[in-house]
Design a protein around this ligand. Structure first.
Ligand code: NAD
Length: 498
């Protein structure tokens, strides 16, 4: 009897070992019952033995080499595959809680490093990471009929290569992690060089807490000294299965040239139409709130306004009641000459002065010798469409207002100056037909009516939050399903029990 029990135990252990589930020691660390190395508080481990990853210079996820960072993320992905959905939830909660708890500290650090935007909004953008959807988003689809049952589920891709912008370095990174890990992926980030320190600090803090909670060390990796070359290294790496880039036109084009699936959250130039049926106080308040948010760094932020002739002057007055400072024609002209250089070739783009991007309205006014209250939210002026503030994505709180003949004219101008990015458009109107006409023509990912741009991301409007809005590639406001493969599992003729 005893001999039989021993034999059975031996067979069970052998089978479990083959399935990779036998408890074992890895590099001196204890393991959980699934054989996954467990990191005790304050200790580190190498995942070499468990996953064939042969080390690297990683420092809680920060690597100098793309190859090493991808290898570490790949090893972590394999570990995550054998973890439970509850473990994914734990990881996501860690990221959300840390962003909320350290919003003040991290927001300040991001502000001091990037030197653009507004401190209060840098903090606010971290506090709202809790609104990014996680595993609850991934609902399976099922079919049930005479031929049995079929289930479609969301499976991970593997290692995702992600590029983040300077405009929201840590918020984009944190939001991407929530979405991507919810779907079961690991990530390698190439942050913007001007926001790399805060991005690396966030990755290290997340990884330490993740290792303590679920025993995976390098679920999030990041290039410590990011360059265009390291971005290209990630784009081309065979073990990076998917890309998600958030940035301007150049990086979007570069990602689309890589031979793999790319989710591109590209640039915008959101126009605002105000017609003669609008609630002008609400329109003015909304335009100022959206355009002033983080000094107009948001890709969804109001960038130019087309208002119809009958209400134009009243709207201009209303904007000054909500924190706008109105510039006269000569002041706007002086500011334009400083904010933009001439195009490099005839008919080309005016060249944006990066020193002016994300600066306070009062600082911008100072540059033309104008002293305005520090509390000024935006500078604004009447212009025609030839002013570069209309066609260019200025990313500063200076808003041109263009007089349109009528609603259709305003909508046509909005269409022209959105440039077909398909990103964001806004209208203030009580005329449902005007909204319908504009919505159809603009064909933008976000179309906000009667509110500030942030309402399009669930902040004061219905919906959910992401800092990566995939426009040219069409995924829209990214969510966990964006980063999942759909897989179908079919049972023929059985298991329909009704
Ligand atoms: P950026 O294009 O200068 O940089 C974005 C990222 O791409 C950075 O990490 C940068 O290092 C990298 N990069 C730039 N050119 C590259 C190339 N040729 N190859 C590889 N990598 C490259 O943009 P930014 O100033 O950091 O951010 C602002 C831009 O991003 C705006 O155009 C804004 O509209 C856009 N944006 C879009 C979204 C969205 O969700 N659609 C969100 C935020 C920002």
């Amino acid at each position: 009897m005893q001999a039989n029990e021993n034999a059975i135990r031996a067979v069970v252990e052998e089978v479990l070992a083959e399935l990779g589930k036998s408890p074992r020691q890895v590099n001196g660390n204890s393991s959980d019952p699934n054989g996954i190395p467990v990191v005790k508080n304050g200790t580190s481990f190498s995942n070499t033995a468990a996953n064939g990853y042969s080390g690297g210079s990683g420092n809680w996820g920060v690597f100098e080499s793309v190859d090493q960072a991808v290898a570490a993320a790949n090893a972590a992905f394999k570990q995550l595959q054998s973890k439970s959905v509850a473990d994914r939830c734990k990881i996501i909660q860690i990221v959300k809680d840390m962003c909320a708890q350290r919003a003040e500290e991290w927001g300040r650090k991001e502000f001091e490093e990037t030197k653009i935007g507004r401190l209060d909004h840098k903090i606010g953008k971290l506090e709202i990471i809790k609104q990014v959807p996680g595993v609850e988003w991934l609902k399976p689809d099922c079919f049930s009929g005479d031929h049995g049952i079929t289930l479609e589920e969301h499976a991970p891709f593997g290692v995702i290569g992600a590029i983040t912008p300077v405009t929201h370095s840590l918020p984009t990174l944190a939001g991407n992690i929530v979405n991507m890990v919810a779907a079961g992926n690991s990530v390698i980030f190439n942050p913007h060089p001007s926001g790399k320190n805060i991005a690396c600090e966030g990755v290290q803090a997340f990884n330490k807490a993740i290792a303590e909670a679920v025993g995976i060390e390098n679920l999030i990796t990041i290039i410590g000294n990011p360059t265009i070359e390291s971005a290209n290294g990630i784009f081309q790496h065979r073990d990076v299965k998917m890309l998600c880039v958030t940035g301007g036109p150049a990086v979007g084009r570069a990602a689309l040239e890589a031979r793999k699936r790319a989710v591109v959250a590209g640039p915008g130039n959101p126009p605002v139409v105000v017609d003669d049926s609008a609630d002008l106080e609400l329109a003015a308040k909304s335009i100022v709130a959206g355009a002033a948010f983080d000094n107009n760094l948001l890709c969804i932020g109001e960038k130019e306004v087309f208002a119809v002739q009958p209400i134009f002057d009243s709207l201009m007055d209303a904007v000054s009641r909500h924190g706008g400072y109105r510039l006269n024609a000569q002041q706007m002209d002086s500011l334009t000459k400083l904010a933009f250089g001439p195009p490099k070739e005839p008919g080309g783009h005016a060249v944006l002065n990066r020193d002016f991007v994300g600066m306070d309205a009062a600082w911008l006014a100072q540059q033309i010798g104008l002293s305005v209250p520090a509390s000024t939210q935006i500078l604004y002026a009447e212009t025609d469409t030839s002013n570069p503030f209309v066609p260019e994505e200025q990313m500063m709180p200076v808003i041109p207002f263009v007089r349109a003949r009528d609603t259709m004219h305003a909508i046509e101008l909005a269409y022209e100056f959105e440039h077909g990015f398909g990103h964001t458009a806004i209208i203030h109107s009580r005329n449902v037909h005007a909204m319908t006409v504009m919505g159809k023509l603009m064909n933008t990912t976000l179309f906000v009516k009667n509110g500030p741009c942030m309402a399009g991301l669930g902040l004061g409007g219905e919906g959910y939050l992401s800092f990566s809005i995939a426009t040219p590639t069409g995924e829209g406001v990214t969510n966990p399903a964006t980063f999942a493969r759909s897989r179908r599992c079919v049972m023929v003729d059985e298991l329909r029990v009704v």
